[in-house]
Ligand binder design. Structure first.
Ligand code: B1M
Length: 211
């Protein structure tokens, strides 16, 4: 089995130590960090997602795999972030209020950093008001919100309304994503952009900065 496939397998089986070890090995073999992320780590999490959906595994197993995913991400994060470059823009990002899913958001944050953005990561379950406060405090160019639940994506619209009320919407662009989010939903809540995956999120952020 190739090393990347082994990483995928270790995510699936929730072996954090194994993932860390193999990720180190892949890095030392000069396999590009983006390849390790997309073909190895994310591919593993996709298998886990599918099994969870089909009731083949349950929350404890998913958490163990999520921990393994984080072990691998910690190793490649510094490689994705380019040092000493003028930031392309400042992004305040977080998972929306009520929602604890942070794996996808972390990947988006990591790739944005890698593409030269300064990223302020507010974490998960971020209050609606906190997005507005932090956008103002950090003088953000972009606010990025992630939601994985149909019950929490509805909290994204009020953030945009909060930015409008605070007189910030003219300056700040809002981008959203996460499994249940769609372009139609983004249009409906008047977000400036939606991205279905982390690579598209980077392209979107670059385009939003040009506007
Ligand atoms: Co949860 N969960 N979960 N879960 N969980 C889902 C989302 C679910 C679809 C599973 C299912 O039932 N089929 C379902 C939601 C159903 C719905 O709302 N329609 C669900 C549920 C129901 C729940 C709980 C309610 C379960 C319970 O307690 N009964 C509970 C909710 C807790 C809460 O948040 N309040 C819960 C809990 C959990 C865990 C804690 C066990 C764990 C999260 C661990 C963590 O994140 N630290 C978990 C996980 C892991 C999942 C699944 C299996 C995988 C999510 C994931 O990490 N995917 C998920 C099933 C699924 O999505 N098919 C599921 C991998 C990740 C790389 O993809 O996050 O989509 P994703 O991110 C992508 C894109 O969406 C995009 O780029 C990323 C990378 O390409 N993207 C953006 C994401 N954010 C973006 C932002 C952008 C742009 C793009 O701009 C800013």
């Amino acid at each position: 089995m190739q090393i990347i496939e082994q990483i995928t397998h270790k995510i699936d089986t929730g072996d954090a130590e194994g993932v860390a070890e193999l990720t180190e090995q892949a890095v030392s073999q000069n396999i590009p960090a983006e390849e390790i992320l997309n073909q190895g780590l994310v591919a593993g999490m996709n298998i886990v997602s599918e099994k969870f959906k089909n009731n083949e595994i349950f929350i404890p197993e998913v958490l163990i795999s999520a921990k393994a995913m984080k072990a691998g991400m910690a190793i490649i994060r510094p490689l994705l972030a380019k040092a000493n470059i003028e930031p392309r823009g400042k992004v305040v990002i977080g998972t929306i209020q009520g929602d604890l899913h942070d794996i996808g958001k972390n990947i988006v944050a990591m790739l944005l950093e890698g593409a030269g953005f300064e990223v302020i990561d507010l974490g998960a379950d971020v209050r609606i008001e906190k997005f507005v406060e932090q956008a103002e405090k950090e003088n953000a160019d972009i606010v990025g919100m992630s939601a994985l639940l149909t019950t929490t994506m509805v909290n994204m619209g009020p953030v945009i309304e909060g930015l409008v009320k605070a007189g910030k919407k003219e300056k700040v662009r809002v981008m959203i994503g996460g499994a249940p989010v769609t372009q139609a939903f983004a249009d409906n809540i008047k977000a400036d952009g939606y991205a279905p995956d982390a690579s598209t999120a980077v392209d979107l952020a670059v385009n939003l900065m040009a506007k």
